[in-house]
Design a protein around this ligand. Sequence first.
Ligand SMILES: *[C@@H]1O[C@H](CO)[C@@H](O)[C@H](O)[C@H]1NC(C)=O
Ligand SMILES: [Zn+2]
Length: 373
Amino acid sequence: MIMSRVAGLLGLLSGAFAYKALSDDGLRNIADPGDDFDIKSGALLAPILQPRVPGTPGSTAVLNHFVDFFQKELPDWELTFQNSSSRTPISGNDETPFVNLIATRDPPWAGQGHVGRLALVAHYDSKIDPPGFIGAIDSAAPCAMLMYAARSLDAALTRKWSAMEAEGVSELEEASGIQIILLDGEEAFKVWTHDDSIYGARSLAEEWDQTMHPAASTYRTPLDAIDLFVLLDLLGSANPTVPSFFRTTHWAYLNMANTEARLRSLKQLHTSPAHPFLRETNKKESDRWLGGAIEDDHLPFQARGVDILHMIPAPFPTVWHTMADDGEHLDIPTVKDWAKIVTAFSAEWMELDEYLLPPKKRSLLPEPDRTEL
Ligand SMILES: *[C@@H]1O[C@H](CO)[C@@H](O)[C@H](O)[C@H]1NC(C)=O
Ligand SMILES: [Zn+2]
């Protein structure tokens, strides 16, 4: 943690971080989502577009969708549930259950406590009110984007880590993993307060802060092992503007913005270049930083010293917390572009450039000796 914060600070001061940007080919090799995000039939998104209030059958159905996806398509990702329960302002004496799902992929040789991770985070619960609320931008679409990112990077992670193992690595060597965190209970049941909101995030941050890794680990706890907490929320409406919220992670914002700009210049995005999503690339120390103004799932992590990159538009999209936040009101080109930007950023973070293969070749992978027609 100390190292990553020092690196972050240096990055902010010098405008450069010690990792290499993806090559143009690497960026082109980020697969296009195709119809994954179709709101009726899209394999990733459609099953999430239903009410999923904590403790209801819709919530279980969506959780099962995530679990099935990882078990069938990404069996190398380790799935963990982190469960809790809490009274809410509407539950009376009953406790409402909250289930967070964490999918983790670490280098196969890495010893417990020696892996720092990029955490990609969104909440999957939906608001109880108005009845029937879908929450497409809030946060069905962000969850689907994270599934897409995990699937797009999976084979490259395998190739990279196999190559490293072939060269010989020790279990103490510094290693980087990646983690998708799907949080429950973000929404308030009545009115947003510190007690009525982010139920899942509060429980997870507390548990991970108290779970000690073995002695002499590089990272004390699973919470310490989060190198960067990238929180996606309210993404999927057209023409978003996402500010850089935190001085301390502006270096990461700049990398994300640079990825967006380069994908655009390579004509890899679907939305108009006239409206980039990440525009605060010339922000100065003395400018106004909104970090802290928006309360969200990052709060209990931030309070414990985790570095946060908050990908949420300001102002909020107009459909926010209304019945209009449904599948039909999503702007699918925007959804696809976010998915590609976040995936490319993550590929860069994980240093996967030369391990990303062109989409065509990738589909031939299971049968390597078949020739292309
Ligand atoms: C947590 O909840 C999930 C989903 O309901 C369940 O499958 C799992 O067994 C629970 N885990 C624990 C440790 O209770
Ligand atoms: Zn919300």
